[in-house]
Design a protein around this ligand. Structure first.
Ligand SMILES: Nc1ncnc2c1ncn2[C@@H]1O[C@H](COP(=O)(O)OP(=O)(O)O)[C@@H](O)[C@H]1O
Ligand SMILES: [Mg+2]
Length: 230
């Protein structure tokens, strides 16, 4: 199939937020194509539009103008229900503050997106355990999220992101809440995921993380300022 290596393609993406009478232009026309297997870091000063871009790429929010095609599907062609479903099965999100459900155990948190996708219980339990093993937390499966350290919570969140075998992993400052050593473990995990074939986009302030990615996109004032490989 033609273009089968393209995971995501954004064209002329723009986003304005209105707060009271004021309008903020968070994105001012972004073009971006990401191919399967790429490991891409998005850098840039606070307020330059990194999180906005990630949310639009992942269909968590709608652009004011422009298009996002994910695996060839224009996200604007989907209604809310279809978009939720498509997101669930194609994208794994990792957030700075983990966003785990505190009352659930680690294994239940990882199972959740599979339950939402309608996978049978036996299957999802086995996969959740396998994924916790992959992130080095097999021994924490029955711990509640609140009983885990920050680094452990983020590793559970990464396992959860992988649950439905996403085509794309989107991470917004995944080491932002962690100390350097713990953040380093998360970076190792992203490196391993990439070696295992994942397509990863990571928003970060961390030049070390960015250097490990094969491609660096730098944002400035709602635009892509540079896009380099190295
Ligand atoms: N939900 C929102 N409502 C209003 N303004 C927002 C919202 N989200 C982001 N912004 C504004 O859009 C700009 C870009 O924000 P953001 O994408 O969060 O940047 P970054 O992630 O690079 O720090 C900033 O000026 C920010 O204040
Ligand atoms: Mg941000």
């Amino acid at each position: 199939m033609a273009h089968s290596s393209v995971v995501i393609e954004a064209r002329n993406l723009a986003k304005q937020y209105s707060i009271n009478a004021a309008v903020v232009s968070a994105l001012r026309g972004v073009d971006l194509r990401i191919d399967r297997g790429e490991y891409l870091a998005i850098l840039g000063p606070s307020g330059s539009g990194k999180s906005t871009m990630l949310q639009l790429l992942g269909g968590l929010d709608h652009p004011s103008s422009g298009t996002v095609r994910l695996l060839g599907t224009d996200l604007a062609d989907l209604n809310d229900r279809e978009l939720t479903r498509f997101r669930l099965t194609t994208i794994g999100f990792v957030f700075q503050r983990f966003h785990l459900l505190p009352v659930l155990t680690a294994v239940e948190n990882v199972e959740l997106p599979m339950a939402e996708a309608g996978r049978p219980r036996g299957q999802r339990l086995a996969r959740a355990r396998e994924l916790l093993g992959y992130v080095g937390l097999a021994s924490r499966a029955q711990h509640r999220a609140t009983e885990l350290s920050g680094g452990e919570m983020q590793r559970v969140a990464i396992a959860r992101a992988l649950a439905n075998e996403p085509a794309l992993i989107l991470a917004d400052e995944p080491t932002g809440e962690l100390d350097q050593a713990t953040g380093g473990q998360i970076l190792e995990l992203f490196d391993r995921l990439h070696r295992d074939g994942a397509t990863i986009v990571v928003v970060t302030h961390d030049e070390h993380l960015a250097a490990r990615a094969g491609r660096q996109v730098r944002m400035l004032d709602g635009r892509i300022d540079s896009d380099t490989h190295g």
